[in-house]
Design a protein around this ligand. Structure first.
Ligand code: AMP
Length: 174
């Protein structure tokens, strides 16, 4: 689905450190039609699912999330790095390859029973997405799905999210 969009994603070797191939979506964003098609394809998957909120993960989930929310007639809420949100938050700590990281959401961002779609640009190991899903659920939200532009299928991202509707537009196996 939308495989022609791969041509607009820049692959940057050895960023941010040696051995990592970075999938840079800024080259897609600056092209009006590919950007619109990306948002439209994501929105089409969730049409009729009564998504009430799109939760975008800092930072690149803040780029696609609001566009998708607008398209779906939903609200947008940010899931942020620590100490960025001004009002009372719920927090979750999760493991990285080395060490841990934390994500936060405003406690009043999601009401119990609300149908939430989580969005980020890319799923790699799935740690960030799984932590985000737990955060939304801690507030009583129902995670209707998790949407990504890019999925690195050689990593266990999807396996961290059993039972969830995980969708990606573009899959890369290396
Ligand atoms: P993970 O928790 O391992 O699934 O990592 C996902 C998060 O890290 C997302 O917010 C991505 O934007 C970022 N990320 C991880 N690997 C890459 C990569 N190869 N290229 C671009 N972004 C990446």
């Amino acid at each position: 689905m939308g495989n022609e969009l791969k041509a607009f994603i820049r692959e940057v070797p050895d960023y941010p450190k040696p051995g990592i191939l970075f999938y840079d979506i800024t080259t897609l964003l600056k092209q009006p039609r590919p950007f619109a098609r990306t948002v439209d394809l994501l929105a089409a998957h969730y049409a009729g699912r009564n998504i009430e909120l799109v939760a975008g993960i800092e930072a690149r989930g803040f780029i696609f999330g609001p566009a998708l929310a607008y398209r779906l007639g939903a609200g947008f809420v940010p899931i942020r790095k620590p100490r960025k949100l001004p009002a009372p938050t719920a927090a979750i700590e999760y493991s990285l390859e080395y060490g841990t990281d934390t994500l936060e959401i405003h406690r009043d961002a999601v009401h119990p029973g609300q149908r939430v779609l989580i969005v980020d640009d890319l799923i790699a190991t799935g740690g960030t997405a799984a932590a985000s899903a737990r955060l939304v659920e801690e507030l009583g939200g129902k995670v209707e799905g998790l949407a990504f532009i890019v999925e690195l299928t050689f990593l266990p991202g999807r396996r961290q999210l059993p039972g969830y509707d995980v969708m990606s537009l573009l899959q890369y196996d290396k």
